[in-house]
Design a protein around this ligand. Structure first.
Ligand SMILES: Nc1ncnc2c1ncn2[C@@H]1O[C@H](COP(=O)(O)OP(=O)(O)OP(=O)(O)O)[C@@H](O)[C@H]1O
Length: 393
């Protein structure tokens, strides 16, 4: 199934960073589908189960990481009675960045040993998923994130790390190095040999990448706080203040450039405790993101559901403005699943106006077309049903 959309005549309405074509093969509910869009914001409206979130999920795989559902690679394979025998899926996209075109392809492949792995091709050349961060910056809001402020810190870390990636694509590679060293150290502490030199070298790697991770997070938090303060309470969305918290972050605040050496000492001191606990008890993998509603002087977790959603939108918009400023007017792609839920009409209109003003290609989903009336003439609006896209505007 294919839906055509001619490129928009007005360069102004087209985002500087945009997906113009998306093709799904054997991906979740889609056997095969293609969607061509103009580069303006995109609305996908349709009933529950129509396949809207699956499209956003596919788009999210055009950036580093496991996508907006955080799913395993094999979860994306289309299941059901007519599913093909080979358990593979593919997502292909054409992306434009200020007139330059990129072809991105990603999918699940079976390696020579039978193991599954994600393959990524950028303009036909095999790359790692971390490399995608150099081309496509994106952030997302999903209904699952409505509980971001009340649930475990891991969700908030993933959230801030995605924002960091926009400014600093190397953040993903650093986090991977950190996790690899952490796993290896935990294995040594559990099964041995507890070779001090081997542990020393792993802890040096942990301290180096861990310090760089904290520095990158701190830098992003500073940028976001500056932009949030600049935006103030002018718009329909509240001002927020962000801070990284945790033992390692306290060390970073106190010691700045000397953090790496301190962190290395802390890891060495924690060997016995970590061996007993069966986990690394100290480090930036345990940091948390604290968010305050500035005017209410309340922690985000004490705010109402609607206020929490509005705080998240504030942060996402501040991030998009700051990123656009830092990257020569390239606002990130915004994947906004069920965005209309919890936002009243005034806030919905304000959000849509701001997306258009940003020149961001936001992909928005909702169950009802009428929620997006304010975007008529300014977005590609599709009705989605049973995996079919029908262009309405
Ligand atoms: N791996 C898969 N194989 C086949 N179908 C899948 C797979 N994963 C999800 N689905 C199905 O895809 C359908 C569409 O899901 P999706 O989350 O995209 O719906 P949606 O349009 O966003 O709905 P809602 O408005 O309820 O959020 C669902 O019926 C879901 O069960």
């Amino acid at each position: 199934m294919e839906t055509e959309r001619q490129p928009d005549e007005s360069a102004k309405a087209t985002a500087r960073l945009a997906v113009t074509r998306l093709q799904l093969t054997n991906f979740r509910s889609y056997a095969s589908a293609a969607l061509n869009v103009s580069g303006r914001p995109v609305v996908l409206a349709g009933p529950n189960g129509a396949g809207k979130t699956n499209v956003l999920d596919a788009l999210s795989l055009l950036s580093p990481g496991r996508g907006l559902r955080g799913a395993k690679l094999s979860d994306h394979v289309r299941r059901g009675p007519s599913a093909p025998s080979e358990a593979l899926w593919a997502v292909a996209a054409s992306v434009t960045r200020t007139g330059e075109s990129y072809d991105i392809g990603t999918g699940l492949a079976v390696g020579p040993g039978g193991g599954e792995k994600r393959i990524v091709r950028l303009n036909g050349v095999t790359q790692t998923s971390a490399d995608l961060g150099d081309v496509v910056q994106m952030t997302w809001l999903t209904p699952a994130m409505d509980r971001l402020f009340t649930e475990a810190a891991s969700g908030r870390r993933r959230f801030i790390d995605r924002l960091v990636l926009g400014f600093d694509p190397a953040h993903g590679r650093r986090a991977l190095r950190y996790e690899t060293a952490m796993r290896e150290r935990a294995r040594l502490l559990k099964y041995g040999p507890r070779d001090p030199m081997w542990l020393d070298s792993l802890e040096a790697q942990l301290a180096e990448s861990g310090t760089a991770m904290m520095a990158a997070r701190a830098e992003t938090v500073t940028r976001l706080n500056r932009m949030l303060a600049e935006r103030g309470e002018k718009g329909a969305f509240p001002c927020a203040e962000l801070a990284m918290t945790g033992d390692a972050d306290t060390l970073f605040l106190e010691y700045g450039a000397e953090t790496e050496a301190r962190l290395k000492e802390a890891f060495a001191r924690a060997r016995v405790i970590d061996a007993e606990a069966g986990q690394t008890t100290f480090g930036p993998h345990r940091s948390d993101l604290a968010v305050r509603h500035t005017v209410k002087r309340a922690d985000a977790k004490e705010c109402s559901t609607g206020e929490q959603k509005a705080l998240l939108v504030s942060i996402i918009l501040a991030d998009a403005w700051e990123l656009s400023r830092a990257r020569d007017g390239h606002a990130p792609l915004l994947l906004l699943d069920e965005i209309a839920a919890h936002l009243d009409e005034r806030r919905r209109a304000a959000l849509f106006d701001e997306i258009v003003a940003l020149g961001a290609q936001a992909w928005m989903t909702g169950t009802d077309l009428s929620l997006f009336e304010h975007l008529i003439g300014r977005a590609d609006i599709f009705a989605v049903d049973n995996g079919r896209f029908e262009l309405r505007e």
